[in-house]
Ligand binder design. Structure first.
Ligand code: NIG
Ligand code: FE
Length: 397
C-alpha cells in the first residue's frame, strides 16, 4: 500500500535512534509533499511526491494531510473498575489527593470496586478505554496493575491486560504495580513481603515492575527490597516524586529502571542522578492538571542533556484522560516545551520508556506503520495549539 499526497511527513528518524535527548529532542525529520509505502504492516519507503516510484499498489490519497507516528503512551492505569466520580466532588470541595486517600478513597476505593467486579466486566470496561485511546491516535501503550493489592486480584488485572493485548492491534506492555498502596488486611511490612512473593507469578504476565515510591506510600527501602527481589525477572519503571522529593529517582536509577515517572517535584540532584543512564524521565502533565500539582521541570532536564517522555497516566484518581494530544498541548503550554520537543516526548521517547522504540515512535524504514493520518493542513505546532479541534482522519496499525 502507498500513501500519496502527504502534505507533511513528520517524525522521520534514521534507523537506530531509540530516543532523543538534549538538543536532539527539539529536532525531527520532516518532508513536505511526500509519499510513504507500507509492506506487511511496516514502513517500506518514503520520499517526495515528484520522485514517487511507479506502482501497482493500492494507494490512499492523503489530500495534503500530515502523516506522523501514532502516540506512544508509556504510563497508564486504564484497567480499573467503575469510576471515582464521587471523589471528584470531594476534590472540587478542596480536599487534596492525600486527604481523599486518607478517608478511604483513592487507590483503595478502586481496589474495592475491582474486587467486586467480575474479570469479564473488568475486561469490557477497560477495553472501552483502550479503544477510546486508540481513536485518539495512541498506537502503543503500557498498562499497570495496582488496583488488586492482593495476589488474586493483582493476577486478575494482569490477565485482563494480557487479554486486551490479544484483542487490539495497538501494542500493549504490562507492568506489575503490586506496590501501589498497602492492600486491605495487611500491615505495611506484611504487604511489602506479599508483593515480593507475588513477583515470580506476576513475571509470567508482566514486562515491567513499578513501585509507588512516594510520601505516605512506599519508602526508598521498600522499593530497594522489591526491586532487588525482582532482579532480572522484571525491569523497573518507577512512580517517583509526585507528592514529595522521595528518593525514588535515585533508587530507580540504581536498579536500572527504564523510566522514572511523575517527577512533579524534583531538585537538581535528580537531574544529576539521571545523567548518563538509560533511564527515561517521564512526566505526566495530565495529573498535574487534574490535581493542581506543579508541572515537571522538563525544560531543565532537556537543558541538562537528558530526554523527556510525556505520558497520560490515564487513571480514575489523578488523570481520567488518555488524550495524548492534550498531553502534548500541556507540555507546550504549561511546561514550555516546543511543539517538536513535546511531539518527541509523546512518540519516540514514550516508545523508549516502554521498550518498544525499535518498532514504534518514528517514521523509520522497517518500523511498524503505526501512524496517524490527519485532515489536510495540520502540522506539529497546530497539533498542540489547536488542541481541541478534531484532526484525525485515520489511524494505521
Ligand atoms: O500515577 N500516583 C499513583 N498512582 C496513580 C494514581 C492512582 C489513583 O489515584 O488511582 C498516578 O497518579
Ligand atoms: Fe501513575
Amino acid at each position: 500500500m502507498i500513501i500519496k499526497n502527504i502534505g507533511l511527513l513528520a517524525g522521520i528518524q534514521p534507523e537506530g535512534v531509540l530516543r532523543v535527548e538534549g538538543p536532539a529532542q527539539g529536532q525531527t525529520g520532516m518532508l513536505e509533499n511526500a509519499w510513504l509505502a507500507i509492506e506487511d504492516g511496516r514502513i517500506a519507503g518514503f520520499g517526495e511526491m515528484d520522485v514517487m516510484p511507479g506502482t501497482d499498489r493500492t494507494s490512499i490519497d492523503a489530500r495534503g494531510g500530515m502523516l506522523m507516528p501514532g502516540f506512544c503512551d508509556s504510563h497508564t492505569h486504564i484497567v480499573y473498575a467503575g469510576s471515582r466520580d464521587g471523589e471528584f466532588l470531594d476534590k472540587i470541595n478542596g480536599l487534596s489527593y492525600e486527604e481523599i486517600a486518607a478517608r478511604g478513597g483513592g487507590i483503595l476505593n478502586s481496589a474495592d470496586l475491582l474486587h467486586k467486579t467480575t474479570e469479564r466486566a473488568l475486561y469490557r470496561q477497560s477495553l472501552a478505554r483502550v479503544r477510546e485511546m486508540m481513536d485518539k491516535g495512541t498506537v502503543a501503550l503500557e498498562i499497570k496493575s495496582g488496583y488488586g493489592l492482593n495476589p488474586a486480584d493483582e493476577l486478575k488485572m494482569l490477565r485482563v491486560i494480557r487479554r486486551i493485548r490479544e484483542s487490539v492491534p495497538a501494542a500493549v506492555k504490562a507492568t506489575f504495580l503490586g506496590a501501589h498502596a498497602i492492600g486491605r488486611g495487611y500491615t505495611h511490612e506484611s504487604y511489602v513481603q506479599a508483593v515480593i512473593d507475588m513477583i515470580p507469578q506476576a513475571a509470567e504476565y508482566a514486562d515491567f515492575i513499578d513501585v509507588f515510591c512516594d510520601e505516605g506510600f512506599f519508602t526508598v527501602e521498600d522499593t530497594d527490597r522489591i526491586l532487588t527481589a525482582a532482579g532480572h525477572l522484571l525491569t523497573p519503571k518507577i512512580h517517583a516524586n509526585e507528592l514529595a522529593v522521595s528518593g525514588g529517582v535515585q533508587v530507580g536509577v540504581k536498579h536500572g529502571a527504564l523510566s522514572v515517572d511523575h517527577l512533579e517535584r524534583t531538585t537538581d540532584a535528580e537531574i544529576e542522578a539521571l545523567k548518563g543512564t538509560w533511564t527515561m524521565p517521564t512526566m505526566l502533565p495530565g495529573s498535574s492538571f487534574f490535581l493542581g500539582l506543579p508541572y515537571g521541570r522538563a525544560k531543565d532536564f532537556i537543558k541538562a542533556g537528558l530526554g523527556v517522555a510525556l505520558a497520560s497516566d490515564y487513571n480514575p484518581g489523578s488523570s481520567p484522560s488518555g488524550d495524548m494530544r492534550f498531553v502534548m498541548a500541556l507540555g507546550c503550554i504549561r511546561m514550555r516545551l516546543t511543539p517538536v520537543e513535546a511531539f518527541n516526548a509523546v512518540t519516540l521517547n514514550g516508545a523508549y520508556a516502554m521498550g518498544v522504540s525499535e518498532q514504534y515512535g518514528s517514521i523509520t524504514i522497517g518500523k511498524k506503520a503505526a501512524l496517524i493520518l490527519t485532515q489536510p493542513g495540520w502540522d506539529l505546532t497546530k497539533l498542540a495549539y489547536q488542541y481541541q479541534t478534531p484532526f484525525i482522519r485515520k489511524v494505521f496499525y
